[in-house]
Design a binder for this molecule. Structure first.
Ligand code: ATR
Length: 264
């Protein structure tokens, strides 16, 4: 039986095994997808198992999307332009590092029928997934991307890579069309992002990359203020969908049942 993994730290919360194992069964594929909490030192030997075909594919999550790069033989364009790898596979004896977060975000936004073209977008946070969000927003034709992170240094580092983004001090809220929470605030039910959402006005689109819990305080307040909101569930499903398609050469179905799988 072929083995696939998602690695990260922490990893308990990951719903990737649930989703991938569901699709594996639906498509009668003789494989298993497991989660593994790893330490930095274990990454090298784990990835060597891809070459030896002891593991057939790896999904990478926080905080290792960058840390795995030195162990790749090749990066795809998407992984290279974000310096972020979330999907690993073997192709013609080479370990390939790829990024499906970009298309995951893009398809997730399209699913919610929001048109990013010519919009001004504000991103809160500068963590591992943010480069993918920036690339996706640019691909979708965003007019301008503004970013703010509690630790400004991290935001500045991103600007070295994406020169046309604008950086604001934490707490300053610009007039925009779309606001993305890309911080980890909200993962715990009692988390509150100390941002006065009223300052953004109404009729904006609020997106949270968090999908568990389904409605963060950020989305709840935004909705109460008359905005359109969406959580990160479809982004998560689509990034998994792309990885599954690469590994198994089969496009799994995304239907009500799939979406309901991720409900608590
Ligand atoms: P990593 O930073 O290791 O990539 P992440 O989960 O992808 O981890 O990112 C966490 C994001 O949430 C960061 O932008 C972080 O801000 P810092 O860079 O200042 O740490 C943000 N974050 C986490 N807790 C926060 C808090 N209490 N207030 C504001 N931002 C917070």
């Amino acid at each position: 039986m072929r083995k696939y993994l998602v690695i990260g730290n922490p990893i308990e919360h990951s719903l990737s095994p649930k989703l991938h194992n569901y699709w594996l069964e639906k498509n009668s594929i003789d494989a298993i997808f497991e989660k593994k909490k790893v330490e930095q030192e274990e990454i090298k030997s784990l990835i060597s198992k891809i070459k030896k075909e002891e593991i057939y594919g790896i999904n990478v999550t926080v905080p290792f999307k960058k840390a795995v790069i030195p162990f790749m033989d090749e990066l795809t364009t998407e992984a290279n332009e974000t310096q972020s790898v979330n999907t690993i596979y073997l192709l013609e004896d080479k370990v390939i590092g790829h990024n499906t977060d970009i298309s995951g975000f893009e398809l997730g936004i399209k699913y919610s029928k929001y048109n990013v073209k010519n919009k001004t977008v504000f991103i809160l946070g500068a963590g591992g997934v943010v480069p993918s969000i920036i690339v996706a927003l640019k691909r979708m034709g965003a007019h301008k991307i503004i970013l703010s992170n509690r630790t400004k240094e991290k935001a500045k580092k991103l600007k070295l890579f994406f020169k046309d983004i604008e950086i604001l001090d934490w707490g300053i809220l610009p007039k925009v069309n779309m606001i993305i929470n890309a911080t980890s605030i909200g993962l715990n039910k009692n988390d509150k992002l100390e941002v006065d959402l009223k300052k953004f006005g109404s009729n904006n689109f609020f997106f949270d990359i968090i999908y568990n819990p389904q409605e963060t305080d950020f989305l709840k307040k935004a909705k109460q203020l008359g905005n359109k909101t969406e959580n990160g569930k479809m982004m998560f499903i689509y990034q998994a969908h792309q990885a599954f398609t690469i590994w198994h050469k089969i496009m799994p179905n995304i239907d009500e049942e799939t979406i309901n799988l991720l409900k608590e």
